[in-house]
Design a protein around this ligand. Structure first.
Ligand SMILES: Cc1cc2nc3c(=O)[nH]c(=O)nc-3n(C[C@H](O)[C@H](O)[C@H](O)COP(=O)(O)O)c2cc1C
Length: 256
């Protein structure tokens, strides 16, 4: 039985989230903050987005530097988080150092990152646009580095205990933030589209692959000839006009 969630808690439904520790700046002034609102945005090109309010000093640092890093922190550093996520560099200069953490500089790009992080991603700022009270900062991934807990493309969660954020209590009571991590690991490896789903998955990718082959022969994905060709393929798979625009858009994006 579901109960209606009051609006003041809407943002908490998506938690727990592993916050990005966003770091930016110059040798003269470097800073950073926690951002629960972040995501990969695209594979090709590899883009990541993070939402930052204009009030944050980090907003200024990222805007001025035009580059930044996203750092992932182990739960063992949880006690440092009030410096990073509650206090502003504008009012506590050198807060990262005061939190007991260390900034290092990537030799190639000059981007600052956190030495204690489990992993960090180096980003070149390519776009910034407002959404309500935050701005979406979009970064193109220049490189990523991880420590020994990241093996063969997967985290070993017996080693890495991700710092996760669950939310905070509301004022006027004293505000308390809640951070959590995994205690023990429930793990299951599932076949892709397992449990009898294989044939649906096969059909889905057969359509896509055939359309991609078709698109290769066309310079111009806007023309009527191409549309006809795509529709022909869709019909073969029991799809129709309703889906046409979406598949054409998908193929256009693939070109990006
Ligand atoms: C777990 C957590 C998640 C947060 N997520 C965001 C976020 O996504 N975007 C944002 O603008 N601020 C977010 N904040 C708030 C900033 O981290 C906070 O205001 C910080 O003090 C800003 O520091 P600065 O002024 O030095 O940049 C978050 C804080 C915490 C503790």
């Amino acid at each position: 039985m579901h109960r209606r969630v009051p609006q003041q808690f809407f943002d908490r439904i998506a938690y727990p989230v592993i916050p990005a520790f966003v770091v930016a700046g110059s040798r003269e002034r470097v800073g950073g903050m926690l951002a629960a609102w972040w995501s990969q945005l695209s594979f090709k090109p590899l883009l990541m987005g993070v939402l930052i309010a204009p009030e944050r000093f980090t907003y200024r640092l990222v805007s001025e530097a035009g580059k930044f890093s996203i750092n992932l922190i182990d739960f063992k550093y949880v006690d440092s988080m009030p410096y990073i996520g509650d206090v502003s560099e504008r009012f506590l200069v050198g807060k990262i150092g005061k939190a007991g953490l260390h900034v290092e500089w990537d030799g190639e790009t000059g981007i600052p990152y956190i030495a204690e992080s489990r992993a960090y991603i180096l980003l070149d700022l390519v776009d910034r646009r407002p959404y309500g009270d935050h701005d979406l900062f979009v970064g193109r991934v220049l490189g990523a580095y991880a420590d020994e807990a990241f093996r063969d493309g997967l985290w070993d969660l017996n080693v890495y205990r991700p710092l996760m954020y669950l939310g905070r209590s509301k004022r006027p009571a004293k505000v308390r933030r809640v951070y959590v991590t995994f205690d023990g690991v429930l793990r299951r490896e599932l076949d892709f589209a397992g449990g009898g789903l294989e044939r649906y998955s096969r059909r889905r990718y057969a359509v896509l692959n055939e359309l991609r082959r078709v698109a290769k022969d066309f310079q111009d994905l806007e023309g009527d000839v191409f549309r006809e060709k795509v529709l022909e393929v869709l019909k073969k798979y029991g799809l129709g006009e309703d889906d046409l625009e979406y598949y054409i858009e998908e193929l256009r994006r693939g070109r990006g």
